[in-house]
Design a binder for this molecule. Structure first.
Ligand code: TRP
Length: 334
């Protein structure tokens, strides 16, 4: 007998240009989850309006996010891969949830306070209710698992609050969504300059993008911070060296890593050679993904088909949930 799979939902902001950190931190999880769960992966184009009211580049950003995720292995035939704006019932559920969301708690949200600080000239109500829209995205499919990082934990907590308020007031419709990751495997990808995680920062030199050309990859890796090497046997590694070894773990063969570790421990390590090796292994890893991105991106007919197919699956699931919602709320008069 076929067992109904548990439902997974996640949203991806259409900011474009994914990097290695996105790949190992999120996308790889999605690719694995699409085998084990009923998955809804959404491009959060409506959310982006809260901070980017100018939509001139929206279409190209959305297309890039689709192409990049598909190039990484996300399969639109397995998961529902769709745009938020193609599922109109999201807006309806968002409206209902807004009545269950309180000003006080919305104002206390960390992401809201950050955005107010960053853009004091554009503190719109959509920004305030950003977590409500996110909750609508998730529970529209009655999803149980949400693969997201730590920065989204507060939004999920709020989604659980709305679920509980709704269920309590109108009857059990929604499961409580919770963060999900394949545990130990939430890999942090360090930045090449030795500080923090790889991110879509101002400093493009310390981040490896999946669309970087081979020479750019090599050049960035060669510029990674090192020093003149250890002077004592089996010395502890400074952070920036530990980071380089962590990057190697992502793409290099185990025996290569073992060799450089041994070289480090007996003080014969040559960072130039190590970085050349790491650069080549990064190129080997990233270039096939880049090539795929570059074939998908110009294929507008394919991208349209992906969006249509995704919208169809997402709307089917949303439609079923919204029937239950309207019924539970007493909004079905005939
Ligand atoms: N807020 C998420 C982010 O900043 C994006 C997002 C929108 C999302 N809707 C979602 C994530 C639903 C998970 C589930 O990355």
């Amino acid at each position: 007998m076929a067992v109904k799979k548990e439902i997974v939902m996640s949203g991806i902001r259409p900011t474009g240009f994914l990097h290695l950190g996105n790949y190992f931190g999120a996308i790889r999880n999605y690719v694995r989850m699409q085998e084990d769960f009923e998955c809804y992966f959404m491009v959060a184009d409506l959310h982006s309006l809260t901070t980017h009211p100018d939509t001139t580049e929206l279409r190209s950003n959305v297309e890039r996010v689709l192409a990049e995720n598909i190039a990484c292995g996300l399969d639109p035939d397995k998961a529902a891969f769709y745009c938020q704006s193609h599922v109109h019932e999201t807006a309806e559920l968002y409206l209902y949830l807004n009545m269950l969301a309180y000003m006080g708690e919305l104002e206390k949200t960390v992401t809201f306070k950050d955005k107010v600080r960053q853009h004091p000239e554009n503190v719109n109500a959509g920004l305030l209710t950003y977590p409500v829209l996110q909750a609508a995205d998730i529970i529209l499919h009655r999803a149980k698992y949400v693969p997201v990082g730590k920065d989204q934990e507060q939004h999920l907590e709020m989604a659980r609050n709305y679920v509980n308020r709704f269920n309590h007031r109108y009857g059990e419709v929604f499961p409580e969504p919770q963060a999900f990751n394949y545990n130990a495997e939430l890999v942090k990808v360090p930045s090449l300059d030795g500080t923090g995680k790889m991110s879509k920062s101002e400093n493009g030199m310390s981040t490896l993008f999946l669309s970087d050309e081979d020479d750019a990859i090599r050049k960035k890796v060669m510029k990674a911070k090192t020093d003149s090497g250890p002077t004592e046997m089996n010395a502890a590694k400074p952070d920036y060296i530990e980071n380089i070894f962590n990057l190697m773990k992502l793409v290099c063969e185990a025996d290569v890593i073992a060799k450089y570790k041994a070289d480090y421990n007996n003080c014969s390590i040559r960072y130039g050679d190590l970085k050349k090796q790491l650069g080549e292994d990064m190129v080997k890893f990233i270039s096939p993904i880049r090539e795929k991105i570059n074939t998908i991106l110009p294929d507008k007919a394919y991208l349209k088909k992906v969006m249509e197919q995704g919208a169809e699956k997402a709307n089917e699931s949303a439609g079923k949930t919204m029937q239950l919602v309207r019924e539970a709320m007493g909004l079905k008069y005939f």
